[in-house]
Design a protein. Structure first.
Length: 110
């Protein structure tokens, strides 16, 4: 994997968000449309986590979001950011990254 500079890292806008809604996307086996509160701003994200999480268990969950990712339309839904998650190589486990302690929506991750 190629290294990046600290200045490149500083360009990433990583923030804590809270999932307010999770909806199925018609015809999508792996995707949810999430509404996320980033503290004073609400975003829609498309996340490929449906195989690992029931949508009702996502509501109220704090997550880490890459907020300055260029928007992309997926299955007719424009995603304004990316939820961060970790998975093992064989893709049998996926874990959404969450803050360890209670923290306000919109808090910067550094």
């Amino acid at each position: 994997m190629e290294n990046i500079t600290f200045d490149e890292f500083k360009k990433l806008d990583l923030r804590v968000g809270e999932i307010k809604t999770a909806e199925e996307i018609p015809g999508a086996d792996k995707l949810y449309k999430l509404t996320v509160d980033l503290g004073g701003e609400t975003r829609e994200l498309v996340a490929g986590i449906k195989l690992f999480y029931e949508k009702d268990t996502l509501i109220g969950r704090k997550i880490v979001v890459l907020a300055n990712l260029e928007p992309r339309t997926i299955r007719g839904v424009t995603s304004h950011g990316m939820l961060l998650a970790a998975g093992n190589e064989d893709k049998s486990v996926l874990a959404v990254l969450t803050p360890e302690k209670t923290i306000q929506n919109g808090a910067k991750v550094s």
